[in-house]
Design a protein around this ligand. Sequence first.
Ligand code: ACO
Length: 330
Amino acid sequence: MTLYKAKFSSFGSYAPAKVLTNQDLERMVDTTDEWIRTRTGMVERRIAADDEAASDLAYHAAVNAIEASTVKFKEIDLIIVATISGDHAFPSTACILQKRLGLKGMPAFDLAAGCTGFIYAVDVAKQFIETGAVKHALVVGVEVLSRVVNWEDRNTCVLFGDAAGAAVISRAEPGDISHIMGSLMDADGAHGEHLMQAAGGSRLPASQATIDANQHTIYMEGNRIFKHAVRSMYASSDALLKSSNLTGLDIDWVIPHQANTRIIEALANRMKVPMDKVIVNIQKYGNTSSATIPLAIDEAIRANMIRRGDIMLLTSFGAGLTWGSILARY
Ligand code: ACO
């Protein structure tokens, strides 16, 4: 039952210092700056330092987000970390983050939905807030995909980067204009094998054979995923807008998952939203999976582009396959 509304209180983000450019990649695999730019829109991406793991990136983004809000650290009563490249199989990265933040006495868990992870985590936090179960949730999208990329496979290694983005999601108080207006999550496991990290779990535990066969790295059939991405992000965004009696014309900002500029442009075209209303930072970070959306929103807020009261449409797709959208007045 919905007793309250949820709102985005604040955002934060963190990207590691090390920059890997298209020119660097030209020296590593058979690729060109021109191919990467024209096929993906990417120019450079960030790579975590050897001593940085997912929880380290998550920590910086979380502190950044909490400090940008009026919420005190000890008022956080739920922590969700969306990731497919956490520190360990267990314990969860959320529990490691909780300890690092010096917090206790609230649930903390990871959520795995590939690049849709942040959308899923926001939707889950929203529902905890709407029932009154929690008042302030910390939601983090973080990936260190550089650790699970096959650096000899030009089909995938040019695409991914490392980063974290975070949001504090709070109960909206009476009179607040900020609120999450709607959300939608969807999945189709029938296509899961087109995008996966095959080994390391109970199906294919780590062995010399799985290492030799490169099964601990990302496998992706880019073409299939591309078509699915445009279709699913459009379908969920359209359904969400219709259920809120809105159209693309009512949206101030679309913040899509940053996987490929051509996917983003095709989506904007279908939604009839001009590109100057679409936040794109893929050129600087590549695809950081569950971190792309909060990272893009945080940058746009700090650049004074997204302002309080603006209507934002967040939409993503990813491994699973999963997809979903969030409609919110910031
Ligand atoms: N440099 C040069 N050539 C390359 C490179 C490269 N880095 N990568 C692939 N190619 C070649 C291919 O080998 C192929 O050559 P061929 O025609 O001789 O066989 C040619 O370029 C075309 O390959 P395609 O795969 O058809 O290229 P496409 O235009 O589809 O672009 C891309 C590939 C960028 C991967 C695109 O399909 C894409 O962005 N897909 C979506 C990926 C995505 O969004 N994944 C989502 C989430 S990730 C997650 O959830 C973890």
